[in-house]
Every structure is written in structure tokens, then in C-alpha cells.
Design a protein around this ligand. Structure first.
Ligand SMILES: [Zn+2]
Length: 480
């Protein structure tokens, strides 16, 4: 692992003195190269805000050139020899901390990926320099604000290696009495907290990384733990554990001496809210209940996946964030399907960020009959005239295509939206699910009229009811 400080220099932009903003330049550049093959050998797959800065998922450690531009104030990071994946090109990420309003991402030219930090000049933090740190084990580039105010001179790159070697989180497992064990390569401390919004119990392990060969248990349908999510947050590893309804995660009643152990133990127990005493029931195989909320499965189980959430807004345009419109459509879809007699599961029912892998895992765990992912679309500036619905299925799935066709024709006739056709694609959630799966791009937030529609509860209901009718047709044809 290497720490280094980004070289930062003040650059009085030529473009500014000619009265052209960097925004325009960035737009012009990125629009022109839309069709150009990118040639950077390092790939940026993802970017997210964390409590301590920004985290990029990268395939290698890029050289970073930074420049600061004024009026409006921006910090520009050019990742050399780097390409961003298509769905990140022209993405923007609201930050509202560290003196940054938002971060925009673009393929600046075929070999340079550009991050633009739009700074809030009124915030003193906007003067702070940023450090970068590449963690090879997790292929993560961490960007964190330094404590120093930046000077007008470039600050030399490369500071010495960190003094302490980070612990590596290597294995998750269950003990014989049902405790969740988190094992690291060396003794670790941790802080635990309950994330009420996400409904998770979070353990933050400082100075740690996630092993690329992390071993984790398969969560059986009758396990009271619904999901375990690990994320790299700055220099720490966060383990978020979610229990099913009626169960809770907590530290064992007699916490062991933490300082000398490589293992963190968490107890999973029945949540006895009403009971006066604090006794807990450690789980074992005989006390694990049947899964909650299975209900009547005769008509079938539909898994609804509202895209994005939390720090990941999805497409943003016309004052609309994708995550905020796909959630109500998903919830209305669930209501419609339940009224038809289907059992419905959701990946999220509130504004939380969930990785793609646990979305698929959850659908597999409940053995869903159909998987429906709800998204909204966007296009680059200059294409705001384009609107309509696209329904995707896995390229390799004929039954997925069949499901997509039923749903798509219902949506087009039910909403009057433009028909942008049924399409095959390799999106993770439809490619990795084993059941018939579709991803509905319900409209373009970049089209002002469609953005208003997507934000309108009546239109959302039209959309949801139409998708439900399509799913129902599909299920009936298959004898359900
Ligand atoms: Zn989306």
C-alpha cells in the first residue's frame, strides 16, 4: 500500500480568461468523444462517497494530475492512462461535504479519466488538498481530504509507507452456536453501531482491508441473517449485518477482551422487545424459525429490485434522481402484484445503497419466480428530446425475453410512452439471476416531460400497474 499526496497547483485557466467555462470545455470534449474508443489501460468501474472521502473501484493505480480552477472553483483530477466504464461517463455524485458540492466523472479524452470536484468556495474545507491511496488487495483508490490547506506550489507526490500494516479481513463464518465470526489476519479493534435507516448492525474495523479471497458463508433461507455486506470505507472495513424481522445482531453478552484477538464475534438472537428481562436466545439449528413473510406462494414469488439508493443516486437530471423515482414505482408494483395474489420481496423499501451482488443473492435465496429490476434512463446533454421505455433481458435467456415482451407491450400500451423496444443486455442483475429476469428502464430523466411523468404518482401507478399486468400474463402462460 502506498500513500501519496496529490500534486496540486493553482492553474489560472486559459479557458476562463477567454470567457469559456471548464464546464463547457468538459461537455464539448466528452460529447465529441462519445463514439471514440477509450484507450486508457486502467479502468474505473465505480465511484462512491464514503464518510471519509471518495472511493473508486479501479483495475490499477493511476498517476493523478490535479489542477485547481477558479470561478467557479473546481479541483480537477486527471487519472492518466485510465478509462471510465460507460455508465460512469458524465455521471455526477452529490457530496455536500469536504467543501465539495458534487463530483463529476467523465472520459476527458481517450486516455484520461477526469474527476471534477465542484467546490463550495464559501466552505473553508474547499481549500484542502486531497490525498490518494491505492489498495492493491481490493483494487480500490481512496481519495481523502488532507489536513493541510493547499499551497500554490505543487506538493511532492509519495510519502513514506505507513507505519502500521493494515489487518486483512479474511473470513466470515458461523460458530456452532450460531455466532457470526469475522476473522482477520492480525488482532483488530472495532466500533459497532446500529444503522437504523438501513436496519443493519455495523462493525467498523479501522486500519483494515478486505481480502480478495474473502471466505463467506452461504446464507441459507432459514438463516436469521439476511445479508452481510463488507465495504472499504477509507482505511477501515465496514461489515454491515442485516437480520430478518424479529431478530437482532449484537455483541455477545460477555464481550471478550478485544485487544488480543483476531476474531470479532457477533450474536444473532431473537428480538424480545416486549420481555422485561434481557435474556437472549443464542441461535442454533433447532431455534431458527421459518423465514418471515413467505406467505402464500401458490401464485408465485416476484422479486422487485428498485435500482440504486443511498449514496448512489443513479441518473440525475431535471431535478430528479433516479433512485427517488424507481422506489415509488417499485413499491406500487409490489402493491399491484400483491393484490393479484403474488408474494412480493423487495431489495429495498427505503433509501439505502445496496451492491448488485446481494440484490441477486437475495432473489436467489428466496427462490423467486420472477425478478424485476426498475430503473430510469439518461442520455448525454444534447439528447434531451429522447424519451421512452426500454425493457431488458439477459441476452442468453429466451424465457427472460418472453417475460420482457409481455411487460414491455403492457407498459407501452398502458403509459403511452415511446417504444424503445425489448433489448438483450448483460446487466449484472439480469445476467446473474437464475430465474426469468428483466430490467425496465421506465423513462429518461434527461427528457423534461418524461422526468416530470416519472416523478408523478399517477404516472408511477400507471407504470407499476402495467408492469404487474405483464408479469401476470407471463405467469399465467406458465400455468401459475
Ligand atoms: Zn439505473
Amino acid at each position: 500500500m502506498r500513500y501519496r499526496q496529490l500534486a496540486v497547483g493553482i492553474l489560472i485557466s486559459l479557458a476562463t480568461s477567454y470567457g469559456i467555462s471548464i464546464n463547457d470545455r468538459l461537455q464539448a470534449q466528452t460529447t465529441n468523444i462519445r463514439q471514440v474508443q477509450t484507450s486508457g489501460s486502467i479502468i474505473v468501474n465505480g465511484i462512491r462517497a464514503t464518510p471519509t472521502g471518495l472511493m473508486l473501484s479501479v483495475s490499477g493505480n493511476p498517476q493523478i494530475q490535479t489542477q485547481r480552477e477558479v470561478n467557479p472553483d473546481r479541483l480537477i483530477l486527471d487519472l492518466q492512462d485510465t478509462s471510465v466504464v460507460k455508465n460512469l461517463h458524465q455521471a455526477s455524485l452529490p457530496i455536500n461535504r469536504f467543501g465539495i458540492k458534487q463530483v463529476r466523472v467523465a472520459q476527458y479524452n481517450p486516455a484520461i479519466a477526469r474527476l471534477v470536484f465542484d467546490l463550495d468556495s464559501s466552505n473553508p474545507d474547499s481549500k484542502i488538498a486531497w490525498n490518494s491511496q491505492y489498495i492493491a488487495a481490493t483494487r480500490t483508490l481512496i481519495l481523502t481530504p488532507s489536513n493541510q490547506t493547499q499551497t500554490s506550489q505543487p506538493i511532492p507526490i509519495n510519502t513514506p509507507n505507513p507505519i502500521t500494516t493494515p489487518a486483512v479481513v479474511e473470513r466470515l463464518s458461523f460458530s456452532s452456536n450460531g455466532r457470526l465470526l469475522i476473522a482477520a489476519s492480525q488482532p483488530v479493534g472495532y466500533q459497532a453501531r446500529i444503522d437504523a435507516a438501513a436496519g443493519t448492525y455495523n462493525v467498523l474495523i479501522p486500519n483494515a482491508t478486505i481480502s480478495p479471497n474473502l471466505q463467506r458463508p452461504t446464507l441459507a433461507a432459514n438463516n436469521p441473517i439476511e445479508r452481510i455486506r463488507l465495504s472499504q470505507v477509507g482505511n477501515s472495513v465496514e461489515v454491515a449485518v442485516k437480520a430478518i424481522a424479529g431478530w437482532q445482531v449484537r455483541e455477545p453478552q460477555r464481550p471478550i477482551n478485544r485487544a488480543s484477538t483476531q476474531q470479532i464475534e457477533l450474536q444473532v438472537s431473537l428480538n424480545r422487545v416486549a420481555s422485561g428481562n434481557q435474556t437472549t436466545t443464542p441461535i442454533n439449528n433447532s431455534t431458527i424459525p421459518a423465514p418471515q413473510n413467505v406467505g402464500d406462494r401458490r401464485r408465485g414469488l416476484i422479486f422487485i429490485d428498485a435500482g440504486h439508493g443511498g449514496n448512489d443516486p443513479g441518473a440525475v437530471a431535471n431535478g430528479i434522481q433516479e433512485k427517488d423515482v424507481v422506489l415509488p414505482i417499485s413499491l406500487k408494483l409490489g402493491q399491484a402484484l400483491q393484490s393479484m395474489g403474488y408474494t412480493v420481496y423487495y431489495t429495498r423499501t427505503n433509501d439505502v445503497e445496496i451492491d448488485l451482488e446481494p440484490r441477486v443473492a437475495a432473489a436467489e435465496r428466496v427462490n423467486a419466480d420472477v425478478f424485476v429490476s426498475i430503473h430510469a434512463n439518461s442520455l448525454a446533454p444534447g439528447n434531451s428530446g429522447i424519451s421512452g421505455v426500454e425493457t431488458y433481458h439477459s441476452r442468453t435467456s429466451t424465457v427472460g425475453r418472453e417475460l420482457a415482451s409481455y411487460v414491455h407491450s403492457q407498459v407501452i400500451s398502458g403509459t403511452g410512452a415511446s417504444d424503445r423496444s425489448v433489448r438483450g443486455a448483460g446487466f449484472y442483475v439480469i445476467a446473474k439471476t437464475s430465474m426469468p429476469a428483466i430490467l425496465v428502464e421506465t423513462g429518461f430523466v434527461t427528457n423534461p416531460t418524461e422526468a416530470r411523468n416519472l416523478d408523478n404518482p399517477s404516472y408511477q401507478k400507471l407504470m407499476a400497474d402495467a408492469i404487474a399486468r405483464g408479469v401476470d400474463q407471463f405467469m399465467k402462460v406458465r400455468g401459475r
